[in-house]
Design a protein around this ligand. Structure first.
Ligand code: ADP
Ligand code: MG
Length: 468
């Protein structure tokens, strides 16, 4: 990203991105929003500059509403309700940004991205690779919680396809898995610019596989992934219940491993605890090295805050770092979000960093998180894990009690936490009609009123969904 003319706008933008990461996920934000620039905020309109027309379309189509809201929250004095998006200048620059286009996920875009080799950027050996410049080893703070994973990642970066193949990193959300995987990719590319790395989320792998089936280009899909030197797949737990993709991934894995190519995977759970994952994949995921990243301790959290403050060029008094580290103890993304928020508050109001301001930032960060939009996928992920059922069962016609109950809970949560209509909820769960959805939701609601344990279960599921 270019250095913005107005540092305040850059902070407002960064705070908005932090908030959006909560609802859109970091891959989406890194891919489509991070390299945009906020040029102005005036009369309810945010003016943005983006690298390509593809970015422009994506933001207009998918992020308009959330982005306006995030920008408004962070500019307490001004409500933003419109975006004015322009493309960044010269055609040379455009070529550069095309090389940095994110791996895309929907069908048409996937086709455009992957189809004719001749249209790919001029880079015959390397895959187009989008990496976040911040996610490098130098910016990663090592502590007892991640020392082992960090050492393993270094090992892979220095000696790919050596002793740790595959490297399987796991830990809960926001603890640095993607950061470490990207650090590996950065280092590998630095050591060998010609190395072919495919770095993608599991969701992208799934979408690409599905669209290649639809378009009859599975052979092309296979070639694409089996000719790389390094395959990095983030959030591999998404393979749960995707049987055909698991099958395909199994063969991709074997082909690469046999050819002595490096594989790096991450997940929110260790291999054996990923629900409905074929045993043969579980065992392969354990072949190399499985390394866990744990929640950082207080000292590591404080060190991360200082590191981050240094990166954004602010002097963070110790007492404020300690205050934030004490209060935000669940994950690093949240810790960073609070610091960015605090910084934006200070800049916009022309105030020095202080404990009262830190308290205010903490409060609004938490409110923003509570209000964040919940996706159906988040609900499903938590429900299927908790009840040990499969999505296909929830969407089936089955009337068995062990399926009906989780299905009703999922419908209830969908009604409570999303904006979906009763028709949409009924339709999602196996094409049921509006009245079935009403019946299920009312049944859960009546039970919640009289059954304390059930009420706590719902609250616990909601908490897990919001933190997912
Ligand atoms: P995950 O992939 O595990 O959900 P990420 O890698 O996206 O988490 O990390 C979330 C944020 O926290 C990123 O901005 C990352 O840079 C930061 N982060 C996590 N762990 C560390 C660390 N040990 N040192 C510095 N930053 C970290
Ligand atoms: Mg991640």
């Amino acid at each position: 990203m270019q250095t913005p003319a107005n540092p305040n706008l850059s902070h407002v933008w960064n705070a908005a991105l932090c908030a959006l990461e909560e609802s859109l996920g970091s891959a989406e934000v890194d891919g489509w929003l991070r390299n945009a620039e906020l040029l102005a905020l005036e009369k309810g309109v945010a003016k943005l500059s983006v690298p390509t027309s593809l970015h422009q379309e994506r933001i207009q189509e998918r992020h308009l509403h959330l982005l306006c809201r995030a920008l408004s929250v962070n500019r307490c004095d001004l409500e933003i309700n419109e975006l004015d998006i322009e493309q960044m200048i010269s055609s040379d620059e455009r070529n550069v940004s095309f090389a940095a286009l994110p791996l895309v996920t929907n069908k048409t875009e996937a086709a455009a991205q992957w189809e004719p080799e001749s249209q790919a950027p001029e880079c015959p050996t390397a895959e187009p690779l989008l990496l976040n410049h911040e996610y490098q080893f130098d910016n990663f703070v090592v502590g007892p919680c991640n020392r082992f994973a960090h050492a393993a990642a270094h090992g892979v970066a220095d000696r790919p396809a050596g002793a740790f193949n595959p490297l399987f990193l796991h830990g809960s959300v926001g603890l640095g898995k993607t950061h470490l995987m990207q650090s590996i990719a950065h280092r590998l590319r630095l050591n060998n610019p010609a190395i072919r790395i495919a770095f993608l989320s599991c969701e992208e792998f799934i979408n690409h596989f599905v669209s290649s089936i639809q378009q009859g280009s599975v052979t092309h899909f296979r070639e694409r992934y089996r000719k790389v030197d390094v395959l990095v797949v983030d959030d591999i737990q998404m393979l749960a219940n995707k049987e055909r993709t698991q099958e395909e991934f199994f063969h991709t894995f074997n082909a690469l491993h046999n050819a002595n190519k490096q594989i790096v995977l991450s997940s929110d759970a260790p291999p054996g605890e990923i629900p409905a994952l074929q045993e043969r994949l579980v065992s392969r995921f354990k072949w190399g090295l499985v390394a866990e990243i744990e929640t950082p301790c207080f000292e590591t959290r404080t060190a991360i805050l200082h590191k981050k403050a240094e990166r954004i060029g602010i002097e963070l008094p110790n007492e404020i770092a300690r205050f934030l580290a004490e209060h935000v103890d669940s994950n690093v993304r949240e810790l960073e979000g609070t610091l960015t928020h605090l910084h934006a508050l200070a800049m916009l109001n022309g105030l020095p960093l202080s404990l009262p301001l830190a308290r205010q930032a903490l409060g609004s960060e938490r409110t923003a998180r509570l209000n964040r939009i919940v996706r159906m996928d988040d609900i499903i992920a938590v429900v299927i894990t908790h009840f040990s059922v499969r999505l296909v069962d929830l969407q089936s016609k089955s009337r068995s009690k062990s399926i009906v109950y989780p299905r009703q809970v999922a419908m209830f949560l969908a009604r409570a936490l999303t904006d979906l209509s009763l028709e949409e909820i009924g339709g999602y769960f196996g094409g049921r009609d509006h009245s079935t959805a009403v019946y299920s939701i009312e049944k859960m609601e009546s039970r919640r009123r009289v059954d304390g344990d059930f009420s706590s279960l719902l609250a616990d599921l909601e908490r897990r969904i919001r933190n997912s």
